[in-house]
Design a binder for this molecule. Structure first.
Ligand code: FAD
Length: 100
């Protein structure tokens, strides 16, 4: 059984110890899962969601060398957004690469 905490709870308990986090989450979920958990494991994903998403698929900074910023903060905060952004950024790099 996996319980995902939301952004508010996660921010509030980013530095709380695992036992406290497990106890609080199980308490919240007890109406759905009961109270019989025998073992727990807590994972903290520190950068799980972009907090300041951009509308553009990437940001390009003229070089040399050129810099391209891309990822799930640019084209939607999911795997699909990360892939779309990465492909767009790669296209931009190829387009701006010097031709032999
Ligand atoms: C628990 C969880 C569940 C999720 N479930 C889903 C789901 O079901 N469906 C979905 O679509 N999305 C899901 N996501 C979101 C999805 O994982 C992300 O949107 C996606 O992985 C973002 O890809 P990315 O390449 O932009 O960034 P990341 O995958 O975060 O890649 C960034 C990389 O940069 C590296 N890095 C960071 N800092 C540095 C540095 N200073 N120097 C060198 N390397 C560095 C990191 O180690 C990492 O490898 C989930 C995320 C989490 C945390």
């Amino acid at each position: 059984m996996t319980i995902h905490a939301g952004p508010e709870f996660s921010r509030e308990h980013a530095r709380s110890d695992d036992a406290t986090v497990a106890r609080l989450l199980l308490e919240e979920a007890k109406d759905y899962v009961g109270t019989g958990a025998k073992a727990t494991a807590v994972y903290h994903w520190e950068y799980s969601q972009p907090t300041n998403p951009h509308d553009e698929p990437f940001v390009y900074v003229e070089g040399p060398p050129p810099l391209v910023f891309c990822g799930d903060a640019y084209a939607g905060p999911k795997v699909e957004g990360a892939v779309t952004s990465g492909l767009a950024a790669a296209g931009k790099l190829l387009e701006s690469a010097p031709r032999p």
